[in-house]
Design a protein around this ligand. Structure first.
Ligand SMILES: C[S@@+](CC[C@H](N)C(=O)[O-])C[C@H]1O[C@@H](n2cnc3c(N)ncnc32)[C@H](O)[C@@H]1O
Length: 123
């Protein structure tokens, strides 16, 4: 895992800003606003991407009975999270979140659990 530097914008936290999340910092917001000035539809793209993710995993759970998901590049927790969508279909479904952003709360939780020798990162 890399060092956490909140002075340097990170794409995960910029994405969180586009989704009106709360896990973003001044450097992220400044970079996100610069990107928005060049690409004003970025916020809409982020929201539509998130909506597609929800439709896709709901379909996989409902239509194919998939009950285990590996979410690589999970992003910062937002509402609803992937596990909330699939567990709305299959209550016992499991999700493992992976992200390379050390400020990501999923990864901070996983690091704490690893420190406690708990076997699973997130579900
Ligand atoms: C645009 S967000 C997507 C979040 C979510 N999957 C979604 O569709 O709403 C991309 C995420 O991928 C993560 N990411 C980028 N490169 C990665 C890598 N090599 N390994 C793990 N995560 C990565 C970023 O930190 C960011 O949280």
């Amino acid at each position: 895992m890399t060092d956490l530097d909140l002075e340097v914008p990170h794409s995960a936290r910029m994405y969180d800003y586009y989704l009106d999340g709360k896990t973003n910092y001044p450097a992220d917001r400044e970079a996100a606003e610069q990107a928005l000035s060049a690409f004003p539809t970025l916020r809409l793209y982020a929201q539509q991407n998130r909506a597609f993710l929800h439709r896709a995993v709901r379909f996989l759970a409902e239509q194919a009975g998939i009950d285990q998901f590996l979410d690589i590049g999970a992003g910062i927790p937002t509402q609803p999270n992937l596990h909330e969508v699939v567990q709305g279909v299959i209550s016992t479904a499991r999700v493992v979140y992976v992200d390379n952003d050390p400020s990501n709360p999923w990864m901070q939780r996983a690091a704490r659990l690893r420190h406690c020798r708990t076997p699973s990162a997130a579900r």
